[in-house]
Design a protein around this ligand. Structure first.
Ligand SMILES: NC(=O)c1ccc[n+]([C@@H]2O[C@H](COP(=O)([O-])OP(=O)(O)OC[C@H]3O[C@@H](n4cnc5c(N)ncnc54)[C@H](OP(=O)(O)O)[C@@H]3O)[C@@H](O)[C@H]2O)c1
Length: 189
């Protein structure tokens, strides 16, 4: 189910026509419906979107947090600006707003075009995740594996302070060379 403030919006109508069995609804209806919820709204409006959805609809549910705290200013030589600091990530702000949700950071530092079944000639890219609920991270790892990713669990929620800025790094080749189809890989001995 896809949540939106406007089910008549052009790209939403297109999504529905391409996904006949998919459901459409308000943020509130979608959060209520979801067993597992994905938050994919601009960082600056994340708090508003959660309030529209109704905080009570996130209780005890897994929330995959794909957001980035991108500030409303242009990048500088391809380097995005964040409105957060290295002392508190957007994920931590979201978890404070939703203390009963099992928030897991994932999908924030790769483009949407390659989130599902990325093709890197047999090489499996790495998704960095973090969060305070171990069971929730295991379930998200299962989803990531089925989507074609290997998962690196970076531990508790504070790790989002560094996972979120990876999105800044990921975007640089895009802004300066128009390259948007790469992903990170953690090499280990
Ligand atoms: N695009 C990517 O490839 C990508 C990759 C990784 C991570 N991310 C992160 O994922 C998030 C979404 O990215 P995006 O590219 O889809 O950005 P976007 O186009 O700005 O986000 C669209 C979503 O934000 C909602 N929204 C916009 N303004 C709102 C408001 N004032 N109040 C409540 N909801 C509002 C929209 O709802 P309506 O349908 O109601 O307009 C829609 O659901 C961002 O934090 C981004 O950093 C994006």
């Amino acid at each position: 189910m896809l949540g939106t403030r406007n089910i008549s919006k052009e790209d939403v109508v297109k999504w529905k026509s391409e996904n006949k069995t998919g459901l459409l609804g308000s943020f509130q209806e979608t959060a209520q419906f979801g067993e597992l919820i994905v938050l994919a709204v601009g960082g600056l409006v994340a708090e508003d979107a959660i309030n529209l959805a109704g905080k009570e609809h996130f209780s005890n549910k897994i929330l995959i947090d794909a957001t980035n705290p991108i500030a409303a200013v242009p990048p500088e030589n391809g380097v995005l600006k964040f409105f957060t600091t290295l002392e508190e990530s957007l994920m931590e702000k979201i978890q404070k707003q939703l203390p009963d949700a099992k928030v897991v950071k994932a999908f924030n530092c790769v483009g949407n075009a390659i989130m599902y079944k990325p093709n890197f000639n047999g090489s499996i890219p790495t998704m960095f995740i973090c969060g305070n609920d171990e069971e929730a991270k295991k379930i998200v790892t299962t989803i990531l594996t089925s989507f074609g990713w290997e998962t690196e669990d970076m531990g508790k929620i504070e790790a989002a302070r560094v996972i979120e800025p990876l999105a800044i790094l990921w975007c640089i080749p895009g802004f300066i060379r128009n390259q948007w189809s790469h992903a990170f890989k953690l090499l280990k001995q």
